[in-house]
Design a protein around this ligand. Structure first.
Ligand code: ATP
Length: 252
C-alpha cells in the first residue's frame, strides 16, 4: 500500500548547521512511527517540515504519493496534517467543544433564515468524543485554560480524531504530564492510529516509545541512522544508535 507520507532525501541547513542531512522516512496509515534521538538530533526540524513551518533546502515530501509543497502550518492542517505541540495551540478562553470545532463549526438555519452555530450538535458530538477517548472533562462548562496538561492533550487528540486527520504529529506529548495522564496519552495515540491516522510520535522516554510505537526511527546528528520495528529492538539497542555508538562500531 502507498505510504501516507514519504520523506525523500530531505536536507536543511541553518547557516553552518546541517540540521537535516538527507533524511528519508515513510509512514503508513494506521501506524505509530516514533522518532527518537538526543537533543539537537533534528527531530523537531524534521517534523516542522511536515507541519508546514519549514521548507527544505532540497528533497521531497509526499502525501499519499503527491508532492507536498506546504506554505504554512494552516495549509498543513487543511491537508489533514495535525500537529499537537507540547504548548498546545488551543484557544484558552473557549470551551472544549468550541476548540474541537474551531473554524469548522456546524451551522443550522432556522426557517431558512440566518445561519447560526449549532451548539447543540457541538455539545453532543463533543460529549460522545470525550467518552470515546475516556477523557473525564466536562465538555461545555469550562474554558480549556483551566484544564490540566493531560486534559488539554486529550482535547487536541480528540480534535484530530474527530476531523479524521490523515497524519497526526505528537511532539513530546507526555513531557509535562503526571504518570496517569501519560498512560492516557499512550492509549489515545493508539486510538488515533486505529482510527486510520498515520501518527508520528516524538519522545525521549524509551519505555513509553517501545509501548506506543509500531516502528521507531533513530536520528543522530541530522540523519536517520536506524529504523526498526518496536518488537525487534530494546532500550539498550536504541541508546547505542542514539549516541552514535553503533556508527563507530560499524566503522571499526
Ligand atoms: N531556527 C533555527 N536556527 C538555527 N539553528 C537551528 C534552528 N532550529 C534548530 N536548529 C539547530 O538544528 C539542530 C537540530 O535541532 P532540533 O531542534 O531539530 O533537534 P531535536 O532533535 O528536536 O532536539 P530536542 O530533543 O532538544 O528538541 C540543532 O543543532 C539546533 O541547534
Amino acid at each position: 500500500m502507498l505510504p501516507i507520507l514519504e520523506i525523500v532525501d530531505l536536507r536543511k541547513n541553518f547557516g553552518p548547521v546541517e540540521a537535516l542531512r538527507g533524511v528519508s522516512l515513510t509512514l503508513h496509515t494506521g501506524e505509530v512511527l516514533a522518532i527518537v534521538g538526543d537533543n539537537g538530533a533534528g527531530k523537531s526540524t524534521l517534523i516542522k517540515h511536515v507541519s508546514g513551518v519549514y521548507k527544505g533546502d532540497s528533497g521531497e515530501i509526499r502525501l499519499a504519493g503527491e508532492v507536498l509543497n506546504l506554505v504554512s502550518p494552516r495549509e498543513a492542517r487543511e491537508r489533514g496534517i495535525e500537529t499537537v505541540y507540547q504548548d498546545l495551540a488551543l484557544a484558552d478562553d473557549l470551551s472544549v467543544g468550541a476548540n474541537i470545532f474551531l473554524g469548522r463549526e456546524p451551522v443550522r438555519r432556522f426557517a431558512r433564515l440566518l445561519p447560526f452555530i449549532d451548539d447543540r450538535k457541538i455539545r453532543a458530538e463533543t460529549a460522545g468524543l470525550l467518552a470515546r477517548i475516556k477523557a473525564h472533562i466536562p465538555p461545555q462548562s469550562r474554558n480549556v485554560a483551566r484544564l490540566s496538561g493531560g486534559q488539554r492533550q486529550a482535547v487536541a487528540i480528540a480534535r484530530a480524531i474527530y476531523w479524521k486527520a490523515k497524519i497526526v504529529i505528537l511532539d513530546e506529548p507526555t513531557a509535562a504530564l503526571a504518570v496517569m495522564e501519560r498512560e492516557n496519552v499512550i492509549r489515545n495515540t493508539r486510538e488515533l492510529a486505529r482510527n486510520g491516522a498515520g501518527v508520528i510520535y516524538i519522545g525521549h522516554n524509551l519505555v513509553e516509545i517501545l509501548k506506543v510505537a509500531d516502528r521507531i526511527a533513530v536520528m543522530y546528528r541530522g540523519a536517520v541512522v536506524h529504523v526498526t520495528k518496536s518488537e525487534e529492538t530494546s532500550q539498550d539497542k536504541l541508546i547505542k544508535y542514539m549516541t552514535g555508538f553503533s556508527e563507530t562500531e560499524q566503522a571499526a
